[in-house]
Design a protein around this ligand. Structure first.
Ligand code: SAM
Ligand code: SF4
Length: 477
């Protein structure tokens, strides 16, 4: 562990360690007596960047702040505590966060009691913490992904002892149960099934920032899902960096297919899951998805690259051929299934020919949606140390070509919905017109439609009249 006077700083070498030690499961969360009701009459604001894991972590932060007596505020302006939950996946995500922290400086000058805290993946980055400590004096609290449960005592030290608090452990991690949660959604909920990742894809910082793969006990997950059902939730999404590897870190070898089936049996109308790594996707999983009507026919299946040599350098453990075989099995077994993906262009030294192989897969799979990125060198990862002969202009052109290719194909696929009637889970009315609503199909298509007297959380049948690249238009029937 790296130490500064009174502070523990992140250490990449520590964060990289994976041991066979069994992980600690901690299910007692207590608020120190002195910190109870410290937030009475005070407000908080949380700004969240990045993936669903961060969204879910922010719900825990909010749950803890509620228990301390704080009240949520709609804006940063006027808040007593601002927490920025950060993302480190690409450099542009970091730049956005640093921009926001910079903007909050004014609020700090206006109110010297204001506590600005930074947590999440950026706080787990070795170099960045030094930057935050030296260049952003307005940040009074810095804590990592493994320290969320310590928020009461950390805030107490900031608020009542006037200390700057930095707590970032670079460890494999634990599993905490029974932490408070303030769910932001009233009919859709996130459910963590595991934390961390052991895959170490060579471009990716997640295994360093979030620690080793730790699955939650199936009984705990099912208890949470049952509770959400009892509270009337209509949709849940099971979350993990690699959900198909669920249970592989536990002695009793629980697997994701079994978990998914048990979750489906509880009977929440819509069950989703993300993300599926193609390497761990079992046939049994495909059969379970096909068997249960309440498991949504939508699979996010990151490709990253369609070239075998690049995939090998990325450490992805599958080939173009095995990916396409899996894709075919999914399409042929699950009726009406939609598939989305993640793709990185401009991995170090990617040739035009290798990029063409990615386009070949895109043309074959005709993805319903795709998240496409230019490779971003993440400090400490193996890919960041690779010499790269490809210039940024070429990478940008490839990204544009890739986007045009998948957009055109997705539009064609969306057009096939015209004339069909689909079930939509309503998110709510549009801000501009109260008779235009939006919501999602089982296949995760965004639908904007005309309707009347609908509530968020209703299921409604919608006839599709028009199709765009990213959405469908229709009318409630
Ligand atoms: N665990 C998931 C998986 O393996 O597919 C993805 C997790 S990551 C939060 C989401 C996506 O960000 C990845 O699928 C990848 O496409 C992209 N990504 C991760 N590291 C990146 C990097 N260094 N540069 C560009 N894109 C990156
Ligand atoms: Fe990152 Fe790979 Fe783990 Fe996904 S599976 S989080 S891309 S290391």
């Amino acid at each position: 562990m790296k130490q500064k006077p009174g502070w523990v700083l992140p250490d990449l070498k520590e964060a990289q360690k994976r041991t066979a030690n069994t992980i600690d499961r901690i299910d007692t969360f207590t608020i120190p007596e002195a910190a109870r009701m410290m937030g009475r009459g005070k407000t908080y604001f949380i700004s969240t960047y990045g993936c669903q894991a961060n969204e879910r972590d922010s719900e825990t932060l909010a749950g803890i702040l509620d228990e301390l007596g704080f009240t949520p505020n709609e804006t940063a302006e006027g808040s007593d505590v601002i927490i920025i939950n950060t993302c480190a996946i690409r450099q542009n995500a970091e730049e956005k966060v640093l921009g926001e922290i910079g903007n909050f400086k004014r609020l700090y000058h206006e109110n010297k009691d204001l506590i600005i805290g930074v947590c999440g993946c950026m706080a787990q980055e070795e170099g960045l913490v030094e930057t935050l400590l030296t260049k952003y004096p307005q940040v009074r609290l810095l804590f990592g992904t493994h320290n969320i449960q310590e928020l009461p005592s950390m805030l107490y030290s900031c608020m009542f002892e006037g200390k700057k608090v930095v707590k970032i452990y670079s460890k494999e991690g634990e599993v905490y149960e029974n932490l408070p949660v303030h769910r932001f959604g009233t009919f859709k909920a996130w459910v963590n099934i595991m934390y961390g990742c052991d895959k170490f894809c060579t471009y990716c910082i997640v295994p360093y920032t979030r620690g080793k793969q730790r699955s939650r006990k199936m009984s705990e997950i099912l208890k949470e899902v049952q509770q959400l059902k009892d509270e009337g939730y209509k949709e849940i999404t099971l979350l993990g960096q690699n959900v198909n590897a669920y249970g592989k870190d536990m002695d009793n070898e629980q697997d994701f297919a079994t978990l998914l089936e048990e979750v489906a049996k509880i009977g929440i109308p819509r069950v989703r899951f993300t993300t599926s790594h193609p390497w761990d996707f079992s046939e049994q999983m495909i059969d379970i998805i096909a068997k249960y009507d309440n498991i949504m026919p939508f699979i996010h299946l990151p490709l990253q690259s369609g070239d075998d040599d690049v995939l090998k350098l990325m450490g992805r453990r599958y080939t173009k051929e095995s990916y396409l075989a899996l894709y075919d099995k999914i399409i042929n077994t699950i009726p009406n299934v939609a598939v989305s993906t993640d793709i990185i262009v401009g991995f170090p030294n990617e040739t035009d020919e290798q990029f063409e192989h990615t386009l070949d897969v895109v043309r074959y799979c005709k993805y319903d949606n795709a998240f496409t990125f230019i490779f971003s060198a993440r400090p400490g990862t193996p890919a960041s140390r690779m010499h790269d002969s490809i210039d940024m202009e070429t990478k940008r052109k490839r990204l544009a070509t890739l986007n045009k290719t998948w957009n055109d194909l997705a539009l064609e696929k969306n057009k096939a919905y015209i004339g069909r009637t689909v079930t939509v889970l309503v998110d709510g009315p549009s801000k501009k017109d109260e008779n235009v609503y939006s919501g999602y199909t089982d296949t995760q298509k965004l639908v904007n439609f005309k309707g009347e007297n609908l509530q968020a959380g209703d299921f409604v049948e919608v006839k599709i009249l028009d199709a765009k690249t990213f959405s469908l238009d229709g009318v409630a029937v």
